[in-house]
Design a protein around this ligand. Structure first.
Ligand code: GMT
Length: 377
C-alpha cells in the first residue's frame, strides 16, 4: 500500500508513534510518505520505502498567524495526487483531521477518492480539542473520518464523553519494539551518574504542566531521604525552571541531573531503576511503556489510560494524582530490597511484551485493508 502519514515531527508521543508505525510499515514493504513541517525526530536517515514531504509555510506579512492548515491541505492534495497514495493516516486531530478532510474533498472534486483514518492521541481530545474554539471542527472531522482509532480505552471513553459522536471508535494501543532480553547494564556509564548503591530514578517528558514535574521532584526528595538516590530528568519544556528551583530549595541539586532533550531515550532508561510518571492526565503514557520495555518499573498516577499500561503491584504502582506520599512509599517498597527490585524489573519487561509492535502492526494493516476495500467495492 502507499500510505500518507500526517504527524507532528517533535518529541511528543503522537509523533513518536506515527514515525515508528511508518518505519515498521515500510519494513514490511509498504510505501510510506510522511507529511509534516520538519523531519520527524525518530525518523533517522534515508531508508527504503520512506519519503518525507515538508510543509513549509512562507512568512507573508499580511498574516499575523501563518495559515499552516491551508498549506498542509495543499501539500496533502499534491502528495496524494502525484505519489498516487491509497490511504491517509493522520495522527493527532488538530489540525491534521480537518486538513485531511479538506484534502479529501478537493481530491474528490478532481475524481480522486482517498480515505483517511484519524488516530487520537490524548491532548487533542482531553485538553485542546474540547476547547470551544476547536470542538465543532473536531466533532465534524471525527464523524467524517473513514475510521477513528484511539490509543486506549480511556481515550475512547473521553472522546464519547466530550464530543457529539456515536461513530465506531477502535482502540489500537500504542506499541514498542520489544527486546529479546533485558539490556545488560553499562556499569562504567552508570558510574558517571551514581554510586553503585544509589538507585537511579528517571523521568522523561516535555515538561508541560500536565506532567506535574513538581510531583516528580517531591517524590524523588522523599525517596532520597530514605534511600540516597539520583534523579535523571530528560526532556525540556516550560516547567523545567520550576524543577530547578525546587531542587535548589530542597537542597538536592547535587542529586538531580538535567540531561535535556534526548533523541534516543533508551540511553537514559538503560541506566535507570525506576521511572516516575505522575501526570495530571495521560491517554496512554508511551514514556512509561518505553521504560517498561527496558525493564524499568513505573511509579505513576492512576489517571486516563495509564492503568491500561502500568499494572499496580506488578510492573510498578499507581497512585491518585498529586498523592506524592503514596508514590514515594511505593517507590521505596520497590527500591529497598534488591530482590524485589529485580522482580519488578522482570515484571515490567514481561508486561511490556503485550504491546509489542509484532502484535499491533497487523491490526493497523487489517484496518487499512478494511477501509480500502470499502472504496474499491
Ligand atoms: O504527552 C505529551 O505531552 C505528548 C502527547 C502527544 O500528543 O504527542 O502525548 C499523547 O500521545 C501519546 C502517544 O499516543 C500518549 O502516550 C500520551 O499519553 C498522550 N499525552 C497525554 O494524553 C497528555
Amino acid at each position: 500500500m502507499k500510505i500518507g502519514i500526517v504527524l507532528y515531527p517533535t518529541f511528543g508521543g503522537s509523533g513518536v508513534v506515527a514515525t515508528e508505525l511508518g518505519k515498521a510499515l515500510a519494513m514490511k514493504g509498504h510505501q510510506i510518505h510522511f507529511i509534516t513541517y520538519s523531519q520527524p525526530v525518530r525518523l533517522g536517515s534515508f531508508r527504503e520505502n520512506i519519503f518525507y514531504h515538508e510543509v513549509s509555510v512562507s512568512d507573508y506579512p499580511l498574516f499575523d498567524f501563518q495559515p499552516y492548515e491551508t498549506v498542509l491541505t495543499s501539500k496533502i492534495v499534491d502528495v496524494v495526487k502525484y505519489e498516487k497514495l491509497d490511504l491517509l493516516h493522520v495522527h493527532y486531530a488538530i489540525p491534521h483531521a480537518s486538513a485531511a478532510y479538506m484534502a479529501k474533498e478537493i481530491l474528490k472534486s478532481q475524481g480522486i477518492l482517498i480515505p483517511f483514518i484519524t488516530t487520537l492521541h490524548g491532548t487533542d481530545i482531553t485538553l485542546v480539542g474540547k476547547d470551544p474554539s476547536f470542538e465543532p471542527v473536531i466533532t465534524f472531522c471525527l464523524n467524517k473520518s473513514d475510521a477513528v482509532t484511539t490509543v486506549s480505552e480511556s481515550l475512547k471513553n473521553d472522546t464519547y464523553a466530550h464530543f457529539d459522536t456515536m461513530r465506531d471508535i477502535r482502540v489500537i494501543p500504542n506499541f514498542i519494539v520489544t527486546n529479546e532480553s533485558l539490556p545488560t547494564l553499562d556499569l562504567v556509564k552508570r558510574r558517571s551518574y551514581a554510586l553503585d548503591e544509589e538507585p537511579i530514578i528517571c523521568h522523561i517528558s516535555n515538561f508541560r504542566p500536565v506532567k506535574r514535574i513538581e510531583d516528580v521532584v517531591s517524590v524523588f526528595a522523599k525517596i532520597n531521604e530514605n534511600i540516597p538516590s539520583k534523579l535523571l530528568l530528560a526532556g525540556d519544556g516550560p516547567e523545567r525552571s520550576l524543577a530547578e528551583r525546587m531542587a535548589r530549595e530542597l537542597k538536592i541539586c547535587h542529586r538531580v541531573i538535567f540531561v535535556g532533550k534526548v533523541r534516543d531515550t533508551s540511553h537514559v532508561l538503560e541506566l535507570s531503576d525506576l521511572f516516575i510518571l505522575p501526570s495530571e492526565t495521560e491517554s496512554f503514557g508511551l514514556a512509561a511503556l518505553e521504560a517498561m520495555a527496558l525493564g524499568v518499573p513505573v511509579i505513576s498516577s492512576n489517571t486516563g489510560g495509564i492503568p491500561e499500561v502500568n499494572l499496580h503491584g506488578f510492573s510498578g504502582y499507581l497512585s491518585d494524582v498529586g498523592d506524592v506520599n503514596d508514590m514515594a512509599i511505593n517507590a521505596i517498597k520497590i527500591l529497598h530490597d534488591k530482590n524485589i527490585l529485580a522482580q519488578f524489573k522482570q515484571n515490567a519487561w514481561e508486561h511490556s511484551k503485550k504491546f509489542s509492535l509484532v502484535k499491533l502492526l497487523p491490526i493497523y494493516e487489517a484496518l487499512y485493508v478494511e477501509i480500502l476495500d470499502r472504496y474499491t467495492k
